[in-house]
Structures are given as C-alpha cells and as structure tokens.
Design a protein around this ligand. Structure first.
Ligand SMILES: Nc1ncnc2c1ncn2[C@@H]1O[C@H](COP(=O)(O)OP(=O)(O)OP(=O)(O)O)[C@@H](O)[C@H]1O
Ligand SMILES: [Mg+2]
Length: 257
C-alpha cells in the first residue's frame, strides 16, 4: 500500500532523514515513535510532498515515484491517495466545519457541491459532529476540531491516512475521544501511518511499531516485540523516558528552534 525506500532529506547542512525505509501494508496500522527532532514530521510531510526529499523512492498503491524527480502530475496523484491529519488540526479558520470537509472534495476531487455536501455530512456524522456543521473552528474544542480533521481526511476516501501526533495538542481529557475515533478509523479497515507517543494506542491497535532516531529506523516489529522484547538500547532508553513522562530529544542531532 505504501512504501518508502531509502529516504534522504537535508535542511541546509542538517541531514534529517538518512536512509529510512518504511512499509505499510493495506489495512495495517503502523505507529512511528521517536524522540523530538528525529525526523518523524519531516518523513510524513515528504510522503505528501509538503516537503521535498532529496533522494529515495515512494510507492503509494500503484503509483511509484522517485522523491527527487516526481512530476507534478505524479504528486497530484499521490496527494489524492494520501490523507493527512495534523497535530494542530490545520482547519481553515474562516470556514465552518462542513465547509472545511467539503473543501478538498470540491477543489481536489472536483465533486459537484451538492454531492460534496452529502459526503461531508456523512463524514461529520461518522465523527459524531452532526450538530456542529455550521460551527467555525474557534467555536469548537480541540478534540472536536481534530474530529473535523479526521472527517476531512476520511471524506476524501484516501488509500492511507497519515496522522502526525494528532493528540499532542489536546488537553488530557480530550485525548481519549480522539484516540477512540482513530480506533474507529482503523476498524473501518483504513490503512494508517501514525506518529504518536500514545503507547497504549500503539499496543492496542498497531500491527507494527517503528522506532526512529537520528533519521533512520532503529527498530521495528509488533507492539509485543518492540515493547516487551526490545532489542536496541536506544529504544529501551526512549521507552523508559516516555513511561517516566519526561520530554525526549533525539540522541543524534541538535534540535533547532
Ligand atoms: N522547514 C525546516 N527548515 C529547517 N529545519 C527543519 C525544518 N523542518 C524541520 N527541521 C529540522 O529537522 C529536524 C527534524 O524535525 P521534525 O519536525 O521532522 O522532527 P520530529 O521527529 O517530528 O520532532 P517532534 O517529535 O518534536 O515533532 C529538526 O532538527 C528540525 O529543526
Ligand atoms: Mg513532529
């Protein structure tokens, strides 16, 4: 379904991705863990060409491209197949919940307005926000905004949805509802690649857990393998620090402001 091979990405002379390779099969949920600054967000952004990787290959469904030489048409094709749920929701502040969900359907999928509205209504009902269609993001809680973000991704019917720390900006009491919603997305059989530090979510629903540090994949396996039979020292240290609730920074690269 999605494969990244040997991805490299530099920001000026800071090498953020150094040959990571990641594979997500259809209907799988794959969780990426890693210290702050280890390149997780950059990796997700490169998949959607929000950031341009210097080297490597990307396969999404039947579309295969070289990161460094992808054509505009190929990038459009990939963006249609890949949904994105952001840490800070990234909703249009001047559009209502339903207008936010309809936007991509009309602009990217070229759907007629009435059809887009129907699809958006279904998606909002699915995330239990039928009563908030006409609310602006500022009138919604963080958890509700993130559910609009999830509805927006689902409505596009992508092959895979990427989630970048979808709960890390939420108050603790709102994290649960968003994780529940993500579990429902998984139950629908939607392929998911999720960056999160919610170990219990990973334990419960991930098919595969990947630990990244310093721009490479350090360790990967089932949740049981990575959490209970950890092989690498760096992974052990990271997990211990998460469990003790400390902030974690990469061992490899200085973190720029
Ligand atoms: N647009 C940019 N320009 C320059 N440097 C960048 C840019 N985006 C990210 N970086 C740098 O790349 C490194 C990796 O950043 P990235 O956001 O991918 O890390 P992350 O693993 O997502 O961290 P976090 O857990 O804090 O979200 C960091 O050192 C960061 O400062
Ligand atoms: Mg990040």
């Amino acid at each position: 379904m999605l494969e990244i091979k040997n991805i490299h990405k530099k920001f000026d002379d800071l090498e953020v991705l150094k040959g990571a390779s990641i594979k997500v099969d259809a209907h799988q949920v794959v969780v990426i863990l890693g210290p702050s600054g280890s390149g997780k967000t950059t990796l997700l952004r490169c998949i959607n060409f929000l950031e341009h990787a210097d080297q490597g290959q990307l396969v999404v469904g039947d579309t295969q491209v070289d990161f460094s030489s992808a054509k505009k048409r190929e990038i459009r094709e990939i963006r249609k197949k890949v949904g994105f749920v952001f840490q800070n929701y990234n909703l249009f502040a001047n559009k209502t919940a339903i207008q936010n969900v309809m936007h991509g359907l009309i602009v990217v999928k070229k759907m007629p307005k009435a059809e887009a509205r129907k699809k958006a209504e279904e998606a909002l009902a699915w995330v239990k926000l039928s009563d908030k269609h006409d609310y602006y993001p500022s009138q919604l809680s963080g958890g509700q905004q993130q559910r609009v973000g999830i509805a927006r991704a689902i409505a596009m019917e992508p092959d895979i949805i990427l989630f970048d720390e979808p709960t890390s900006a939420l108050d603790p009491e709102l994290i649960g509802e968003t994780l529940e919603m993500m579990k429902n997305v998984a139950k629908r059989g939607i392929t998911m690649l999720v960056v999160t530090h919610e170990l219990s979510f990973a334990q419960d629903i991930a098919d595969k857990v990947i630990f990244m540090d310093g721009g490479v994949v350090v360790e990967e396996g089932t949740p049981d393998e990575v959490f209970n039979h950890t092989k690498e020292e760096r992974t052990k240290k990271f997990l211990a620090r998460i469990l003790s609730g400390k902030t974690i920074q990469t061992n490899e690269e200085p973190v720029k402001a």
